[in-house]
Write a protein that binds this ligand. Structure first.
Ligand code: UD1
Ligand code: UDP
Length: 365
C-alpha cells in the first residue's frame, strides 16, 4: 500500500515519529511537510532528535492568514496527490495542514485517515475546532484517542470507520521519555539551558513553573497576553517560558519587564519532556502539553475556558482557568491533592501507532 502522510506543525512531527517508525517497517510512506512551521527549533530539531524520516515533499508554504495559508497548501498537496496517486492520505490533529490535506484528498476521492479524531472543545471560534469538525466529517477512518472522542463523533452521527486506538502521544511519551532522562538528568538540563541563555538564574527541579502560550484567543488579544504575563510575575516560583514565535511577535509589542519570568526560545521535544516531568506545575494553553503533564504526573493549569482533553481534569490534575490575574494566581497556587490521586489509563496503552497501522492496512486490502 502507498500511504501519503501530511505534517506541517510542531505537534504533528511528534505524532509522526511513532507512526512512521511502525508503518515503515512493512510499508511505503511518502511524507509531505507543508512548511506551516519552518524555524529550526519549530521543525528541523524534531526530525533530527526524534529520527523522523526526511519528508519526501517540502511544500514551503510558510505563514499567512488562514485562507491564504490553507489555500496554498491545498493547491500544492493536490499536485502531489495527482502525481503520486496514493491509496490513502493520513492527517494528524487539527491544524490548517490537517484540513488542507483532508480537503485535497477528499476532492480526489482518496481515502482519508484522521489521527486524533473526535476531539471537541465546542468552541467554534477556534480555528482548530473548525479544522477538526471538517476533517472528521471527510474522513474514512477516524482514530480516536479517547472514549470521549468516540462519543463526540456519535453525537454528530459519525459511527462508521471510528476506532478507539488510544492516543499516539502516549506512544511518543513512552518512546522518548527514557531518552530524555538519559540526556538531561544530573543537572545537564540546566547546563544546556544556560549555554543558550547565559543570564538565566539557577533553577531547581520541582521549583519552577513551565509555561507555554500560543492559542490565538490568548495571543491575538494583547490585553489577555499582558494579563497572563502580569500573573506570571506574581507567582511564587520562577516561570520558564519557551516562547512560541507567534507569541513572541505579540510580546514584543508589550512593555513587560520580566523579573520572575524566564523567556527562552522553543526547545526540542526531549528537553521539553524533561522540563515537563520536573516542573512543579505546567501552565499552558497547549493541547499536547496538558496531556503530557498528566502522563508525566505534573499538575497543570490550563489558560482556557474549555479543554478537549476533559479526562485530564479528573482529580484536579488539570484545572481550567480564565484569564484574570487573581484566578491565575489562585489556580496555580492551589493545594496539589492530586499528587496522591491515581491517574487512570484514559489515553490508552501506548500502542496506538500499531493499531492505526493495522487498521489502515486492513482497510486497503
Ligand atoms: C498552529 C496551529 C495550532 C497548533 C500550533 C502548534 C492552525 C490554525 N494552528 O498554530 O492548532 O496548536 O500550530 O504550535 O493551524 N511562526 C514563525 N515560525 C514558525 C512558525 C510560525 O515565526 O516556524 C510565526 C509566524 O509569525 C506565524 C505565526 O507564528 O504567522 C503563527 O503560526 P501558524 O502556524 O499560523 O499558527 P500557530 O499559532 O503556530
Ligand atoms: N513542545 C516542544 N517544545 C516547546 C514547546 C512545546 O517540544 O518549546 C512540544 C510539547 O511537549 C508538545 C507539543 O510541542 O508535545 C505541543 O505542541 P503545541 O503546544 O505547539 O501545539 P498543540 O498541542 O497545542 O496543538
Amino acid at each position: 500500500m502507498k500511504l501519503i502522510t501530511i505534517v506541517g506543525a510542531r505537534p504533528q512531527f511528534i505524532k509522526a515519529a511513532p507512526f512512521s517508525d511502525v508503518f515503515r517497517r512493512r510499508h511505503v510512506e511518502i511524507m509531505i511537510h507543508t512548511g506551516q512551521h519552518y524555524d529550526q527549533n519549530m521543525s528541523d530539531i524534531f526530525f533530527r532528535e526524534l529520527s523522523i524520516p526526511k519528508p519526501d515533499y517540502c511544500l514551503g508554504v510558510g505563514s499567512g492568514s488562514h485562507g491564504a495559508q490553507t489555500g496554498r497548501m491545498l493547491e500544492k498537496i493536490e499536485q502531489v496527490l495527482l502525481n503520486e496517486k496514493p491509496d490513502g492520505v493520513l492527517v494528524y490533529g487539527d491544524t490548517n495542514s490537517t484540513l488542507a490535506g483532508a480537503l485535497a484528498a477528499g476532492k480526489l476521492h482518496i481515502p482519508i485517515f484522521h489521527v486524533e479524531a473526535g476531539l471537541r472543545s465546542y468552541n467554534k471560534r477556534m480555528p482548530e475546532e473548525q479544522n477538526r469538525i471538517l476533517t472528521d466529517h471527510l474522513s474514512d477512518l477516524l482514530f480516536c484517542p479517547t472514549k470521549t472522542a468516540v462519543e463526540n463523533l456519535k453525537k454528530e452521527g459519525i459511527t462508521e470507520g471510528v476506532l478507539l486506538t488510544g492516543d499516539i502521544m502516549v506512544d511518543a511519551v513512552n518512546r522518548f521519555s527514557s531518552i530524555s532522562n538519559r540526556f538531561y538528568s544530573n543537572g545537564v538540563w540546566l547546563d544546556v539551558l544556560k549555554a543558550e541563555n547565559p543570564s538565566i538564574p539557577s533553577l531547581k527541579e520541582k521549583e519552577y513553573y513551565l509555561a507555554t502560550v500560543h492559542r490565538a484567543e490568548n495571543t491575538d488579544d494583547l490585553k489577555k497576553l499582558e494579563t497572563i504575563f502580569a500573573a506570571f510575575e506574581k507567582l511564587d516560583k520562577p516561570v520558564l517560558v519557551p516562547l512560541h514565535p507567534r507569541t513572541k511577535k505579540s510580546v514584543d509589542k508589550l512593555d513587560i519587564s520580566f523579573k520572575n519570568t524566564i523567556v527562552i526560545k522553543p526547545v526540542g521535544y526531549l528537553l521539553m519532556l524533561y522540563l515537563t516531568k520536573n516542573a512543579h506545575m505546567v501552565v499552558t494553553d497547549s493541547g499536547g502539553l496538558q496531556k503530557e503533564a498528566f502522563l508525566l504526573q505534573t499538575p497543570c493549569t490550563t489558560l482556557r475556558d474549555q479543554t478537549e482533553w476533559v479526562e485530564t481534569l479528573e482529580n484536579g490534575w488539570n484545572c481550567l482557568c480564565p484569564i484574570h490575574i487573581q484566578a491565575i494566581i489562585e489556580t496555580t497556587s492551589r493545594k496539589l491533592d492530586c499528587l496522591n490521586c491515581p491517574r487512570p489509563q484514559v489515553f490508552g496503552d501506548g500502542n496506538a501507532a500499531h493499531r492505526i497501522c493495522e487498521a489502515i492496512i486492513k482497510n486497503s486490502s
